[in-house]
Design a protein around this ligand. Sequence first.
Ligand SMILES: C[S@@+](CC[C@H](N)C(=O)[O-])C[C@H]1O[C@@H](n2cnc3c(N)ncnc32)[C@H](O)[C@@H]1O
Ligand SMILES: [Zn+2]
Length: 303
Amino acid sequence: MGNKSAEIEHWLVDVIVCPTCRCSLDTCEEGLRCNLCRSIYRIENRIPILLNEANAREAERMETEEKLFADMATPKPDTAVKWRLAKSFLRSLVSRLVETSHPRLVLYAGCGMDDLSEVVCGPDTKLLNADIVFAAVDRERGPGAYGVCCDLRRPPFARDSFDLILAVDVLHHFAVDGLDEPIGMLAAALKPGGMMLIMEPNVYYLYRLPIVWMPHRLRNLLRKMKRVVTGSRSGPAPHEAPMAPSAIVSILWRHSLSDIETVSCPIYFPGAVGSLLAGFLRRFPKIGNKLAYHFCFLATKAK
Ligand SMILES: C[S@@+](CC[C@H](N)C(=O)[O-])C[C@H]1O[C@@H](n2cnc3c(N)ncnc32)[C@H](O)[C@@H]1O
Ligand SMILES: [Zn+2]
């Protein structure tokens, strides 16, 4: 067996930690070894796999997320329109951020199939894509893009490592497990003065308003019934739930990300009546943004 660790660059070993005990890692013949608990982590295609496969909680989540990941390849037409809009909005936002703040290292937490290497990577800027689904990080991306496979419910990153963290459509996957730990650990991994971009499905999206009041268990039951009636096999997993912007803000505050800017997202509603409504609400962005499909924050860590 060749030396797997020789395949990965030193800076990458420096910014990741053992997911079990959070101690530093060192390279070894098999891949990476924790300096404290001595756990071994594999490296495949130059991607460190920081998962504890014997941990049932992680294994089960990995399996569900792999299924969702496969479903994402063929979204419903309405969803595809929303995603396309959101993607082009995100691209121009990130590109502006990179141009103005010149980050050296950017983390894309929960990258999925998205490829931001073109707008992020440059001679002085690297992008680290992180996801629990190996296939998501093991994709052909531009030069300067790297991958790490990990469970972001406890992000395995060293303190003060990143200048910019992108968390797009991922935090709502932790709604049931709790957001304090993932956001807190991501905040700790940001350098002082670094920025975190959060974009999430909005619980107050106009078409969701009728079910906003619903407890999560009831919403899951209705989702299940809808799947049975429509015969559809895809749809959100039981651990996913849309989020309230205020819930995120209070967690960001707790973790020294108190300088928070709200970024307006595209306003789009499906159907003919929906586009009329969207056109109307674009004239009143203060209300329109509150009802948009996504909400978005740019939070800066105190120096
Ligand atoms: C809705 S997709 C968004 C993907 C991408 N950010 C985008 O905007 O296209 C959510 C991504 O988060 C990843 N994810 C979900 N739970 C995760 C976890 N516990 N740890 C790491 N990644 C996770 C999924 O595998 C998926 O790729
Ligand atoms: Zn360890």
